[in-house]
Write a protein that binds this ligand. Structure first.
Ligand SMILES: Nc1ncnc2c1ncn2[C@@H]1O[C@H](COP(=O)(O)OP(=O)(O)OP(=O)(O)O)[C@@H](O)[C@H]1O
Length: 668
């Protein structure tokens, strides 16, 4: 028999050689290691103290408990010491790993009854010892039942254990919500009168089901749902039909553990005497039945991790699609309440519509859209959007939070709030329907929602025949980087980065292309003059995507390339003849284009006004016709004005051309 006290385990990292990783938990990584002076294989749990600084108390308690306990069915610590910013806890190496590991790699449907009886009897012995010493383990589950190469069973992980004799803060900790939801006793969830050793008996009952089926009851549900089901449903148990392979005594034992009223559950000592444990066998039996043929622990862990990763990736992918769907269904509210963002997003949608329509033929852009959907990231959305609205709203929907609130009317609200905190299901969620925290009133938000939803609907309508799921999700907000912008109708500086409030990382396309587009200043200005008869007020209204927006800094940047003095209209005295010449050539080029455009417009207007003239000759016969006729008159008048204005432009262009020629001749 081993006498740990006879051995002195060194307390310096140099005396240990770390091998492969054999386990990892929330707070630690466990390695197989060699204790060099003793030539003994050990396990070392490495806790990064910098990463768990807000739970130092818990860590101290765990290490303290591990050092003090002395029972063959409890995993104790040989020693512990700090190495850099890590705490190393040296323990016996449990080569079989945890029961959860073993089930995952070789017994996905669970173990046979004698194996379960053997495992649970050992765990129960550990609980008898702990409870007799005033400790509640609070985290009994298959993942914390370890087996060594000889088949010895040890209960591990005292990270959340509590002492019944603690006072002050520690005593209060027995009223707190700790453990793992699936294994958690109802009284722990309720936090009504605190709880005691009997909480471990409930967890043992759940562990029995876990070992029998390969998973704990409700394990496929998210924590909030587990909470709901544990409190609301009848206790889980072994089913008469489905669990035919198990004995009556096993079913009975589970049923005695899983009684909601803790007082009616047996104490660990009494439970150990249950006739079910008569089926328990020796350690050798465990070695032959479940350990023989298993790959080394490190290898198994790697495989399990790979498999978990695959499942996670799949879940993540599906989750994103689901989220994206829900974002759309909930309208804009789920992802954005910011007016400027909203405008920008809408504009981007328009850009993308145009691009994607053009690119749909070869499908290559669709590929990019897909990848962008997957990368639809927080950085493009307001942070509050991501953490509160989407996550909370979708979680709430999936988990039926409202049901839960209702069903818990008879329970204290604390556990719910604790869970809300943990899973981002917060009170903020309510804010999403009322004030959004950004200064918008409910009705303003609603308007925005309607507008943007419409924009999206139009958008969806544009891509007729497209799968509605595809068109209804939100990839378009995430597309901007690779689009080309052309056409003078898109003012490059309409949105300044300053206006995209609250998110400096946001990277809208207009910023990227701003400088490239300065050359088109005059052309753009020309268009604006054409569109707005009042000729360019500083806060001109321009179409940006589906929104009309104003921009005060629009005009100031319009002519950054212009070398003419704004006051005189002539060349500035400080520029060289060479620079003047190239600039004038450039202007001439642009004027030629403008001229052609003007000529086309004049022709068009002449034709149109001719037609309108014909129409207006018909005498009106009804009020509606009179109304239409007066509109036609107005239109005609407006066309006449425009034609006049175009003529003026034409004359100005000719003058400019002459000036240019004259300057060119002088230079030569
Ligand atoms: N002595 C040991 N020998 C072999 N494997 C071990 C040993 N101790 C722990 N492990 C493995 O490492 C895993 C993580 O260890 P542990 O549960 O102590 O870490 P934790 O961070 O406290 O985990 P949890 O997430 O359960 O809080 C265990 O599930 C177990 O599989």
């Amino acid at each position: 028999m081993e006498h740990p006290l006879e051995k002195r385990y060194p307390v310096s990292a140099q005396d240990y050689k770390l091998y492969e990783e054999v386990g990892d938990g929330v707070s630690a990584t466990v390695f197989r290691a060699l204790c060099i002076p003793l030539n003994e294989i050990v396990a070392i749990k490495v806790l990064d103290l910098e990463k768990c600084n807000n739970d130092l108390d818990g860590i101290c308690r765990e290490v303290q408990t591990m050092s003090l306990i002395d029972h063959p069915n409890l995993l104790s610590a040989h020693c512990s010491f700090t190495a850099g910013h890590c705490l190393w806890v040296v323990m016996p190496y449990m080569a079989g790993g945890s029961c959860l590991h073993i089930m995952k790699s070789a017994y996905p449907e669970g173990f046979e009854e004698p194996v379960i009886a053997t495992l649970l009897r050992e765990v129960l012995k550990a609980l008898v010892y702990l409870h007799a010493h005033g400790h509640i383990h609070r985290d009994v589950k298959a993942g914390n039942i370890l087996i060594d190469s000889n088949g010895a069973v040890k209960l591990a992980d005292f990270g959340v254990s509590a002492c019944m004799f603690d006072s002050g803060d520690r005593q209060r900790s027995r009223n707190t919500f700790v453990g793992t939801p699936c294994w958690m006793a109802p009284e722990v969830m309720q936090q009504l009168h605190g709880y005691d050793f009997k909480a471990d008996i409930w967890s043992l009952g759940i562990t029995a089901l876990e070992l029998a089926h390969g998973h704990a009851p409700f394990s496929k549900y998210p924590p909030m749902k587990v909470l709901l089901m544990t409190l609301q449903n009848a206790p889980p148990g072994l089913d008469y039909e489905r669990d035919k392979r198990f004995s009556k005594s096993f079913k009975e034992m589970v049923a005695t553990c899983l009684v909601k009223d803790p007082k009616k559950r047996p104490a660990s000592e009494k439970l150990l005497k249950h006739h079910f444990f008569k089926h328990a066998r020796s350690y050798d039996y465990l070695v032959h039945t479940i350990l023989d043929g298993l790959a080394p622990l490190g290898e198994r862990l790697l495989k399990t991790k790979e498999a978990d990763l695959l499942v996670q990736n799949k879940a993540l992918y599906e989750d994103k699609e689901q989220l994206s769907q829900q974002e759309y269904i909930k309208g804009i509210s789920a992802w954005n309440f910011n007016l400027e963002d909203l405008k920008s997003q809408a504009a981007i949608i328009q850009y993308y519509d145009d691009v994607s329509n053009a690119e749909d033929q070869d499908g290559s852009m669709k590929q990019m859209e897909r990848s962008d959907v997957e990368g639809l990231s927080e950085e493009r959305m307001s942070p509050e959007t991501v953490t509160t609205s989407i996550a909370a709203a979708s979680q709430e929907d999936r988990l039926g939070l409202h049901d839960l609130e209702g069903s818990l009317a008879s329970f204290p609200i604390k556990p719910l709030q604790a869970l809300k905190g943990c899973f981002d299901i917060g009170e903020d969620d309510k804010g999403a329907n009322g004030s959004n925290g950004k200064g918008f009133t409910g009705s303003e938000s609603e308007q925005l929602i309607i507008k943007s939803s419409r924009a999206m609907n139009q958008n969806a309508g544009k891509n007729e025949g497209e799968d509605s799921r595809q068109s209804s999700s939100l990839p378009r907000q995430a597309i901007p980087e690779y689009k080309t912008f052309s056409g003078s109708l898109m003012p490059d500086n309409t949105f300044s980065s300053r206006k995209v409030t609250g998110d400096e990382d946001r990277n809208f396309p207009q910023l990227k292309f701003q400088s490239d587009r300065n050359y088109s200043g005059p052309l753009y200005r020309q268009r604006r003059e054409t569109n707005n008869t009042d000729n360019a007020s500083e806060s001109a209204v321009v179409q940006r995507g589906r929104f009309k927006v104003t921009s005060a800094d629009l005009s100031s940047k319009g002519a950054t390339n212009c070398i003419f003095s704004p006051s005189t209209g002539g060349p500035s005295p400080n520029v060289t003849a060479c620079a003047i010449l190239s600039s004038l050539q450039y202007i001439l080029q642009q004027n030629t284009v403008q001229r052609e455009e003007l000529i086309r417009l004049i022709k068009y207007l002449e034709q149109t006004s001719g037609k309108l003239g014909d129409l207006t000759e018909i005498p009106p016969s009804s009020a509606r016709e009179r109304e239409l006729q007066s509109q036609l008159f107005q239109l005609q008048q407006r066309i006449g004005d425009l034609a006049g204005e175009l003529q003026n432009q034409k004359v100005k262009n000719l003058q400019l051309e002459k000036q240019l020629h004259a300057l060119g001749n002088n230079k030569v």
